[in-house]
Design a protein around this ligand. Structure first.
Ligand code: ADP
Ligand code: MG
Length: 367
C-alpha cells in the first residue's frame, strides 16, 4: 500500500531576488495534520517560503506539491491553502460576520449558508455575538481571531500563518498560542506557522525547521532541536547555549571539537563545596542576574572563557552576595552536545552519546 502523499512537498525550492537567494534549495515534506513551524531570524527566507507555497511568488527553480499534486504553476486561488498575516488584513468597512464570510461569498455561496458557516467559525474562535461589530471595535487579539475564523471557514487543507501573533503583547500572545493549538487540534488541518520567536515555536510545534540564510539548518521535533542542536547557529538561536570551542573542549572534556551545554544543565557551587558532575571547571562569579523564577549566573572560567548557568530559584546554592567569589561549575557528559561537523572516530565517543537515539538528528548534518 502506498503511503499518503505529504500535505506539502517542497523540492529544490529556490527564489532569487536579484543577487540574493532568499530561499536557497529547500527540500521539505510536511505531514497532513501537522503543526509545523518555520523558525529563523528576520531575513532568513521564512515569508518567502510561505508565499511560494501560497502561490504569491513563483520559484526561480524547484517545485511545490500539495497532497501529491504539483501546483507550482497554479494561481493562488487554485491551491487549497489559506494564509493568515500578521496585520490581519480585515476589511474595516465590513462587519465581522461579513469579513469571515467573505471567502465563501467569493465562492458564490448563498447569504444564508455563508452566514451560518461564518457564525460557526466565529464560535470556534470564541467570538460568538461579535458578528455585527466592525473590526475597529475589537481588540487586537479579537481581530486576530477574526482573521483566523476567516481563513479557516473555507476549510483549506492547510493554513499558512505568517507571524500571526507578532503584533500582540506578551500576555495576549501566550493566550492566543494556546487557542491556536486548540484550533489546530479541533480542525485537524495542517498548520504552517512562521515565527522568529523560538519559545513560540518550541511550545506549539510538532516539528520545526530552523532557517538560516534561505536554507534549513535543522529539521526536527522541538526536543530534538533544543536538546540536540545540529549546528552552532541552531544552538545559539534556539535558547541560550554555552559553546565550548576546540581549545576549551580539550581542556575540560579531554577531547577536541565543538560542543555546547545548555545553561540549565550546568550546576554551580562555591569553590570550597563539592559538586557532583562529570566535567568541572573553576572560575569567578562575574554576574548574578535575577530573572523571576530563575537566576542567571555568569562565570568567568580560569581557562579564559565565560559561561552562563541557569538556576531555578528554589535550588539556590550561590546567592547574589557571592558575586566576585570563586565558584565551581559542573555538568554531565550526557548534557554535552557535539556540534562538530566532522565525524568523530567511534572510539572517541563515550558510550552514553553513542547509544542515544536522539543523536540521529545530527546524522544528516554529518554526512
Ligand atoms: P523572513 O520572513 O525570514 O524575515 P523574507 O522571506 O521576508 O525573510 O526575506 C528573505 C530575504 O529576501 C531578505 O533578504 C529580503 O530582504 C529578501 N526579499 C524578500 N522579498 C523580497 C522582494 N520582494 N524583493 C527583494 N528582496 C526580497
Ligand atoms: Mg517574514
Amino acid at each position: 500500500m502506498a503511503a499518503d502523499p505529504p500535505a506539502i512537498r517542497l523540492t529544490g525550492l529556490t527564489k532569487a531576488f536579484g543577487a540574493v537567494n532568499a530561499v536557497d534549495g529547500v527540500d521539505l515534506d510536511i505531514v497532513e495534520g501537522e503543526f509545523f513551524s518555520m523558525l529563523g531570524p528576520s531575513g532568513s527566507g521564512k515569508t518567502t517560503v510561505l508565499r511560494l507555497i501560497a502561490g504569491f511568488e513563483q520559484p526561480t527553480s524547484g517545485t511545490v506539491a500539495l497532497f501529491g499534486q504539483d501546483v507550482t504553476d497554479r494561481a493562488p486561488f487554485d491551491r487549497d491553502v489559506n494564509t493568515v498575516f500578521q496585520d490581519y488584513a480585515l476589511f474595516p468597512h465590513m462587519s465581522v460576520l461579513d469579513n469571515v464570510a467573505y471567502g465563501l461569498r467569493v465562492r458564490g455561496m448563498s447569504k444564508r449558508e455563508r452566514h451560518a458557516l461564518a457564525t460557526d467559525a466565529l464560535a470556534t474562535v470564541r467570538l460568538e455575538g461579535f458578528g455585527d461589530r466592525k473590526p475597529g471595535q475589537l481588540s487586537g487579539g479579537q481581530r486576530q481571531r477574526v482573521a483566523l475564523a476567516r481563513a479557516t471557514v473555507v476549510r483549506p487543507k492547510a493554513l499558512l500563518l505568517d507571524e500571526p501573533l507578532g503584533a500582540l503583547d506578551l500576555k495576549l500572545r501566550e493566550q492566543m498560542q494556546v487557542e491556536l493549538k486548540e484550533l489546530q487540534r479541533e480542525l485537524g488541518i495542517t498548520f504552517i506557522f512562521v515565527t522568529h520567536d523560538q519559545e513560540e515555536a518550541l511550545t506549539l510545534s510538532d516539528r520545526i525547521a530552523v532557517f538560516n540564510e534561505g536554507r534549513i539548518e535543522q529539521l526536527g521535533t522541538p526536543a530534538e532541536i533544543y536538546d540536540r542542536p545540529a549546528s552552532p547557529f541552531v544552538a545559539a538561536f534556539v535558547g541560550t547555549s554555552n559553546i565550548l570551542d576546540d581549545d576549551l573542549s580539550r581542556r575540560v572534556l579531554g577531547r577536541g571539537g565543538l560542543h555546547t551545554v545548555r545553561p540549565e544543565k550546568m550546576r554551580i557551587a562555591r569553590a570550597d563545596a563539592a559538586i557532583q558532575a562529570d566535567h568541572q571547571a573553576a572560575g569567578i562569579l562575574a554576574e548574578v542576574i535575577y530573572v523571576g523564577s530563575s537566576t542567571r549566573l555568569i562565570v568567568d572560567l580560569d581557562i579564559g572563557r565565560r559561561v552562563t548557568v541557569l538556576e531555578q530559584n528554589d535550588a539556590h546554592r550561590v546567592g547574589e552576595d557571592a558575586r566576585g567569589s570563586r565558584v565551581r561549575v559542573g555538568w554531565d557528559e550526557r548534557d554535552t552536545m557535539s556540534l562538530t561537523a566532522a565525524p568523530i572516530p567511534a572510539d572517541d565517543i563515550p558510550p552514553l552519546t553513542r547509544s542515544e537515539p536522539a543523536s540521529r538528528s545530527l546524522d544528516w548534518r554529518l554526512q
